[in-house]
Design a protein around this ligand. Structure first.
Ligand code: DP6
Length: 338
């Protein structure tokens, strides 16, 4: 099935395919996976090999405003105050996303994006970007879709965007169907007010290889990938148990090992894929040294050099002393400041 057919089915053929108002704004946060999405079973529909489970970082994300005027003849995008070239990767990604919804009605939109995260540096900027776009489209076109249904549309922009429509813990169910109609996200109900993350910005320049290409190359070139589906499935089960029991050591160790397994598999691809920078390794070793002293501190790492530290509120001061540049976010308490 083509993605345009998929969107037609989701929108039931008869939902408005033309904007119903002139302007809509939405914010979506970034999320960090505790058990990663790594590998697609269908790249046309962005269907993952395994389910994944994330935690939302509510203070970081993208605010997107869509403006529609009937005079607009092509899409235009302003990103953090600057008009961007429509041939850029970002503009192409957004235009292709819009194309899914305008097979016959040639509307065009002016998109204004404001984000407080560095693009493509491993802090899941595409997740919040496409989730915010999907939310704003839902409003502009008056689709009134449920969030779990909307998560399937966000998925077409970027897989990790599927999980960026909620706060707290979110699971993306991989689904089994070939048409992808059962591959959506939903929040877990558990609240864990002591849960903190620390954003450790190792470097905010663009990464050497996109996660999309890295995941494809990993699947195609290393036999180690074959152990990933079982590992990820097992880890999600353990993570859900840890969240249910508020067992932080279990959660931290599963999340850290899950990330390291993903990176180990990547390292074994050919050509090798390595997102570690010397400062990443230094920070990882500091985490391990602190853990040796009894601190309940863990990390996770996406497809980039940055780390996300995982710890409880009671240890926030110690973490800040050990990593002076860390940005601490209390996952269930902090909110974006307008
Ligand atoms: C390492 O969602 O960026 O962050 O679906 O191709 O856009 P596409 O990939 P993307 O990959 C995210 C990979 C990851 C793990 C995760 O977020 O689960």
């Amino acid at each position: 099935m083509k993605r345009s057919e998929f969107t037609q089915i989701i929108l039931h053929h008869h939902m408005p395919t033309e904007p119903q108002q002139t302007r809509a704004t939405a914010f979506a946060p970034i999320n960090i996976a505790l058990s990663k999405y790594w590998g697609k079973r269908n790249s046309e529909l962005n269907l993952p090999v395994t389910s994944s489970l994330s935690i939302t970082i509510p203070t970081k994300g993208s605010k997107t405003t869509l403006v529609w005027t009937s005079q607009q003849t092509q899409d235009s995008i302003v990103f953090n105050g600057e008009e961007i070239d429509r041939h850029s990767v970002l503009a192409q990604g957004i235009t292709q996303f819009f194309d899914l919804f305008r097979p016959t009605h040639r509307w065009h939109l002016h998109t204004i994006i404001e984000t407080n995260i560095a693009l493509a540096a491993g802090f899941a900027s595409s997740a919040s970007g496409f989730a915010a776009l999907a939310l704003a489209m839902n409003d502009l076109f008056a689709w009134r879709l449920e969030l779990s249904t909307l998560s399937m549309l966000a998925r077409l922009g970027s897989g990790s965007a599927t999980r960026s429509l909620w706060t707290g813990f979110v699971e993306w169910h991989c689904g089994q169907r070939d048409d992808g109609m059962d591959s959506y996200a939903a929040p877990l109900l558990e609240h864990w007010p002591e849960f903190c993350v620390g954003l450790l910005d190792i470097r905010t320049t663009e990464k050497p290889i996109s996660s999309r290409k890295a995941m494809q190359d990993t699947m195609n070139t290393t036999s180690l990938y074959s152990c990933w589906p079982e590992k990820a499935t097992h880890d999600i089960r353990l993570l859900k148990h840890a969240i249910d029991q508020k067992d932080f050591s279990l959660l931290g160790s599963v999340a850290e090992q899950n990330a390291l397994t993903m990176h180990a598999i990547m390292l074994s691809s050919w050509p090798p894929i390595c997102y570690f920078l010397p400062d990443t390794i230094a920070a990882i070793q500091r985490v391990w040294a602190l853990r040796q002293t009894g601190l309940d501190l863990y990390f996770t790492q996406d497809a980039g050099p940055n780390l996300v530290l995982l710890f409880l509120k009671k240890d926030a001061n110690t973490v800040k002393q050990s990593f002076p540049n860390v940005e601490i976010v209390s996952i269930f308490d902090d909110r974006i400041k307008p």
